[in-house]
Design a protein around this ligand. Sequence first.
Ligand code: F6P
Length: 543
Amino acid sequence: MSTSTLTDSPAWKALQAHHAEVAGLHLRQLFAADPTRGDRFTAEACGLYLDYAKNRVTGRTLELLVALAAERGLRGRIDAMFRGEKINTTENRAVLHVALRAPRGEKIVVDGEDVVPGVHEVLDKMADFAGRVRSGAWLGHTGRKIRNVINIGIGGSDLGPVMAYEALKFYSDRALRCEFVSNVDSDDFAEAVRGLEPAETLFVISSKTFTTLETMTNARTARDWVVAGLGGDESCVARHFVAVSTNAEKVREFGIDTANMFGFWDWVGGRYSMDSAIGLSTMVAVGPDNFHAMLAGFHEMDEHFRTAPFGENLPVLMALLAVWYGDFFDAQTAAVLPYEQYLKRFPAYLQQLTMESNGKSVTLDGDHVDYNTGAIYWGEPGTNGQHSFYQLIHQGTHLIPCDFIGFAKTLNPIGRHHDILLANMFAQAEALAFGKTAEEVRAEGTREDLVPHRVFEGNRPSNTILAEVIDPKTLGKLIALYEHSVFTQGTIWGINPFDQWGVELGKVLAQRIIPELESQDAPELKHDSSTNALIARYRRMNS
Ligand code: F6P
């Protein structure tokens, strides 16, 4: 696949010409022209219903987008990923998060070795451990039952676990308190352990590399907190710390017995790792059966993505629509709006998944792109956003494609809440699409000078994803939907969604600045004048 010639490709050029024809069409016209649009522009798979009718597309747009996917070699890339080929070329790694949810007995070979048995070995070890913590068989150093589980990790070693914990809280063991510490800001650690008994607290140190500054700083602080709280006896670490990592040597160096280490592999990217041992805290919270149900949901969506024709393929459709808006309408951002409080951390999780993956400006060949790549993802659970930023989506100057996510049933049926919630979700998508014309505003008797202020242009696109209820399996399907959409977008753009070199420079510079903040004597500062002045002022303010 040639990656640098995207904008010269026949499918791209056809889309450009087509865009010039359809960009001026209003969703009101598209719906008026086809009364069946609301049924036709939909797809359903794995129990997820995707309504993409309120997008600024015609049947022809979809044909052309699907042709683009074919021309960009998407089928081959999907097969290569699932076969375990080293498609993460800049790190020379396979990309096999799909193997983490492959059922026992399936075969996926990397470097001559079937990785699936190893995946299940770790899952079994996790289940055994989670079961012991939940039942009280795993006791703290002084023989007390574990009541608090604190995951220490950051990025992919935090966002997936905390999102899944919040999403599946309804299914969690309420006798266990789960906390997630990620920020190196000591406020995060201090607030997480406030009021907790070290004797009843278990830390799960989650870090693929076991070298990440934030995580190792928090882990050391946690160790000091436990050791001090339990009388200074270092041997207590064994009962209060377990590690999730690919780096046994560093785990040992930290003082955690590798018998209490849960491993994974370099072919699992950080932001794709929540199904690996990185999900240990999730499994402890919700139990092995629910964790396995989540994995089954992921796998179902994996199979759909791998096998369904592109025109019916949920992740592919969502990705193609993202490319359509980002590259042809110059949309810079995309909003994800779950109408489900349990998904409150889903937008934050998606920010890493989408932006660390597709925030790239060179192709796999190292050429600079001359088109937009990954959009800025953001969002809040409904209906809170409606009383905050929706104003801008409705009447602002930016085109912001929205994903509405809702569920037919609530886990907490109380009075009219759920109908009111879903009515709001449907209403927002309707209002965005169809708006309100000046004539309609006038017909309501609005004063003429207020008419322009009260007009809603409409023609603002959205997808609506509807599922039955938020449960472990559905959560797995939803996450895999976005994972594969991100991969598909990256494939169209010819970039590598699986590396993250852009996070390195800041890490290196921070290591240089730390001693300059900590040294007793005033250091000789050799940064730019702004950074020098800030460091000098910080030192003065702290002296
Ligand atoms: O922010 C960069 C990153 O490498 C992420 O990709 C990763 O999820 C996170 O840091 C944490 O890394 P680790 O699990 O090695 O501590």
